[in-house]
Write a protein that binds this ligand. Structure first.
Ligand SMILES: Nc1nc2c(ncn2[C@@H]2O[C@H](COP(=O)(O)OP(=O)(O)OP(=O)(O)O)[C@@H](O)[C@H]2O)c(=O)[nH]1
Length: 216
């Protein structure tokens, strides 16, 4: 018997071609393709799992890495409980880009956001590695602090992906009460905003009606 259900939002960010879609598809559908099409805007997949006696439903948002979609990203990371920042271990540029995501999230999100930095394409490490793991670990420790985690994974070889999502889910379950409290506040705020909007529309209608009366 499970104690409860936790619904949480996880967003995947990173530059074009680092393997964000491949990572999500590998985790949720257990498949991999070398011929993925580039993501347009964003899409999401759902994954259900049980961790520490808690049923969890992860809503995983896969965002587009192309520069032309960058300005849309806040729409997708808003309300996220965890973010996976992906770079490609064979690409210096994608590593630098990951840093810009860190800065953007720090500016726009609260400290509650769980952030995991992920170097993908570990299967290419022996032939084409450009970013040593020690460099990422140093960067994360100095920039984000010791509570942030670093992983190297391969969507192609299904290496490290289950472990990545398991670690994130464990943290989400630990913070379950806080996540539910924030959700309740957001829902209440949404109701208040709706009430304000209804009142505004009602007032506008009343004044329209009265101006019609005056005009007669
Ligand atoms: N060797 C190797 N190739 C990978 C791996 N993951 C993804 N790829 C390949 O990298 C390319 C890009 O993968 P995608 O998953 O589309 O990358 P993305 O980050 O979602 O790209 P955008 O949607 O354009 O942002 C594809 O050809 C994948 O097959 C991996 O772990 N190893």
């Amino acid at each position: 018997m499970y104690s409860s259900l936790l619904e949480a939002k996880v967003v995947i960010l990173g530059s074009q071609g680092v393997g964000k879609t491949s990572l999500v598809v590998r985790y949720v559908q257990k498949t991999f393709s070398l011929n993925c099409t580039s993501t347009i805007g964003a899409s999401f997949m759902t994954k259900k799992l049980v961790v520490d006696n808690c049923k969890v439903r992860l809503q995983i948002w896969d965002t587009a890495g192309q520069e032309r979609f960058r300005s849309m990203a806040p729409m997708y990371y808003r309300g996220a409980n965890a973010a996976i920042l992906v770079y490609d271990i064979t690409s210096e540029e994608s590593f630098r880009d990951m840093n810009s995501w860190v800065e953007e999230l720090r500016k726009n999100m609260t400290g509650d956001l769980i952030i995991h930095v992920v170097g993908n394409k570990l299967d290419l490490a022996s032939s084409r590695r450009a970013i040593p793991l020690s460099r990422t670990e140093k960067y994360v420790a100095e920039t984000l602090g010791p509570e942030f985690s670093v992983h190297e994974v391969s969507a192609k070889d299904d290496d490290g992906i289950e472990e990545l999502f398991l670690q994130i889910t464990r943290k989400l379950v630990e913070r379950k009460h806080e996540i539910e409290r924030i959700k309740r506040i957001n829902a209440e705020n949404a109701i208040t905003l709706q009430q304000l909007e209804d009142e505004r529309l009602q007032q506008a209608q009343t004044s329209n009606n009265s101006s019609v009366c005056c005009g007669i």
